[in-house]
Design a protein around this ligand. Structure first.
Ligand SMILES: O=P(O)(O)OC[C@H]1O[C@@H](O)[C@H](O)[C@@H](O)[C@@H]1O
Length: 286
C-alpha cells in the first residue's frame, strides 16, 4: 500500500515495522505489532503517551507504554493462566488496511483475523479492527466482528499509558462515587469517595461509562479521556515495588505515568451475536 507523505514506514528494527507520523497537527509512532500506538504528541505539546525507555520491541512481546490493545480477554485468562496476560492481540502482527491524511491529521486502520494460531488460544472466528485517527486529538477504536456461528464473549481494553510530571501531584476526576473492584491484595469491591490521588499502588476497575480528566499540575496541563462502548474504566499505577519487578520499566517510572483504560472487564464482558460487531473507543485530548 502506498503511504501518504506524512507517514513513513521505518524498519529500523528488522521485521518490526513502525509507522512514523510527522504531520503539522501531531507527531506519532505506531507499531504494526499489536496495532500499537507507541507515541503521540499534538503540535506544540510534549508527548502525551508514556513509552518506557526499556520497552521491548520484539515479536511476541508486549510493548510497555503507548496504547496496548488488550483483547479478547483482560488481565489473566479467566480459566487458564498459562495463556497470555491481556489476550493475544497485543503480541501479534496486524495488517495495515488504510493509511490516509488530511489537513486535520492522519487516519490508519489495521486488522487481525482468526487463523490456526489464534484458534490455539481462542477457538473462534473473528475479525478485529483498530482504527487510529491522529491530530490535535487521538481517537482509537477497536471493533470486534463475530465471524463464528455462536455468541462471542469478549473483554477488552485500550490500555492507555499517560505521561505525567509527578504522580504525587496528579488528580483523576470523573470517577467520584463510582463502585470499583480493587485488585491490589484481595479482590474487593469498594466505593470511590472524592477524586483519585496516588500515594500507593492503584489497580482498580471502575464501573463507569463517563469521561475522565487527569489534572497534572507539574506539567501544567489537564488530559481528557473520553470513551464509548466501555462499561469499565481501569486506573493503574504500579507504584514502587511493582515498578521494580517489571523488567521493561525503570524503577522510578511510576512517578511519570498512570494508565486510564477504556475497558470492558470483570462482569462487564461484551456479548456479540453471530455476524454482529461491537466497538470500544477512546479519545484523548489536552
Ligand atoms: O504487565 P502487563 O501485562 O502489561 O499488565 C500491566 C497492568 O495492566 C493493568 O491493566 C492491570 O490492571 C494490572 O493488573 C497489570 O499489572
Amino acid at each position: 500500500m502506498s503511504l501518504p507523505a506524512s507517514i513513513i514506514l521505518s524498519e529500523a528494527i528488522p521485521d518490526y515495522p513502525v509507522f512514523v507520523i510527522q504531520h503539522p497537527a501531531c507527531t506519532a509512532r505506531i507499531a504494526l505489532h499489536g496495532a500499537h500506538v507507541m507515541e503521540w504528541a499534538p503540535s506544540g505539546h510534549s508527548p502525551v503517551l508514556y513509552l518506557s525507555p526499556q520497552a521491548l520491541l520484539e515479536p511476541g512481546k508486549p510493548i510497555r507504554g503507548g496504547i496496548p490493545v488488550c483483547w479478547p480477554w483482560f488481565g489473566p485468562h479467566p480459566s487458564d493462566e498459562s495463556k497470555p496476560m491481556h489476550g493475544f492481540a497485543r503480541t501479534r502482527p496486524w495488517k495495515l488496511m488504510e493509511a490516509s491524511e488530511s489537513e486535520e491529521g492522519v487516519k490508519m486502520s489495521f486488522v487481525l483475523c482468526s487463523d490456526p494460531s489464534t484458534h490455539e488460544l481462542w477457538p473462534h472466528e473473528f475479525e478485529a479492527h483498530v482504527t487510529v485517527i491522529l491530530g490535535a486529538k487521538l481517537d482509537v477504536s477497536l471493533q470486534t466482528i463475530n465471524k463464528s456461528g455462536t455468541e462471542l464473549l469478549v473483554a477488552d481494553a485500550l490500555h492507555t499509558y499517560l505521561t505525567v510530571g509527578d504522580i504525587g501531584q496528579v488528580t483523576v476526576k470523573g470517577l467520584a462515587d463510582a463502585e470499583y473492584l480493587d485488585t491490589v491484595g484481595e479482590r474487593t469491591m469498594r466505593h470511590q469517595t472524592g477524586d483519585i490521588t496516588f500515594d500507593r499502588e492503584v489497580d482498580r476497575q471502575y464501573v463507569s461509562t463517563g469521561t475522565v480528566k487527569v489534572e497534572d499540575p507539574a506539567l501544567g496541563r489537564t488530559l481528557s479521556i473520553e470513551k464509548a462502548g466501555s462499561q469499565t474504566t481501569v486506573v493503574w499505577n504500579p507504584w514502587i515495588e511493582k515498578s521494580k519487578r517489571l523488567g521493561d520499566l525503570p524503577d522510578e517510572a511510576y512517578l511519570q505515568f498512570l494508565c486510564v483504560e477504556a475497558a470492558n472487564a470483570g462482569e462487564a464482558v461484551v456479548r456479540i451475536a453471530p455476524g454482529a460487531a461491537n466497538t470500544l473507543q477512546t479519545v484523548i485530548s489536552l
